[in-house]
Write a protein that binds this ligand. Sequence first.
Ligand code: PLP
Length: 356
Amino acid sequence: MFKYEKEKTQRLKERIGKLPRVHLANLPTPLEAASRLSEALKGPEIYFKRDDLTGLAFGGNKTRMFEFILAHALNMGADSVVAGAAAQSNYCRQMAAACSKLGLKAYLVLRKVRGDIDFQPQGNLLLDLLLGANVEIIEAKSPAEQTHIMQEVAEGLKAKGHRPYLARMANIEDVGLDAIAYVNCLLELYEQLIDMNLKPTYLYVAAADTTQAGLVLGAKYLGLDFPIIGINPLDKIWAEDVPPAVAKIANMAAEILGLDVRVEPSEVISYGEYVGEGYGKVTKEGVEAIKLVAEKEGLFLDPVYTGKAMSGLIDHIRKGKIKRGEKVIFLHTGGFPALFAYSTEFKLEDKVKVRE
Ligand SMILES: Cc1ncc(COP(=O)(O)O)c(C=O)c1O
């Protein structure tokens, strides 16, 4: 078992505790054994860290982050938030919910990813609209183009006397705060592992940037030696940039917290090969992973992030990289409302029996 770093834990808690924060998340999230899944895979012991249960419009990893980011926005006097991502974005759905709760107006600039199906008010988009967000769907060819449109929306609001806060995508200065939310998650997990006398061999997570940054920083600071394996859901052209981006964000968080550790890109493990055709497009293996977890554990993953991350874990088990007797934590970052927008891709129509 690893040693309980009492002093470091206290120091980290104190530093995080000093940051402005609004209450949005139900914490700690449970850490649960998935024994039927482990058995079905004839693989390691698998445990789910249930960040799908953080609360706020069906939960997910963003709830923890918005506690810090939106406290910061409110302190700056914001009355609205301009956020942008893909049409079925979990980030934007949770942002719309946080805005409703905090009395801010949400303006979402959503990028078309899967064609005209993205216009259908289903899944996360349905929830955005029910939450009262102002939604615009755009066709952007690059992140820069989308960021530019977000900036235009913010300028338009300012011209009308509003005080918009530009969120992620168009605001790289504040991502250190997002990562701090996941330093805090790592701390929470660490204490649960100590309580359960559980020493994992690996931690798997669906990760593009801030979530993995916080986890890697927290683990390095506490001296935890289990590798954190990020399965990256982004398009291939962006994938090779993940380790430097994650390290940079981790170091922004380290600076805000005044920690004397820094993360190197070579310390960031990220697999890009489970994305399939591209961001937001389902893979056969991801769909199988979603069905397996649903059938064995009664819980849902999503087609864009956690389903693909689980397909990576399953592949690693099948290839013998992870063995029976080892212990794997799978951080469930949420996202399952997107399932409803992907119903056709699951091809389940034939399973519906109609009695004659
Ligand atoms: C369900 C889910 N998992 C993981 C991620 C990745 O989070 P991050 O961008 O912090 O790496 C996202 C991002 O939107 C997500 O929605």
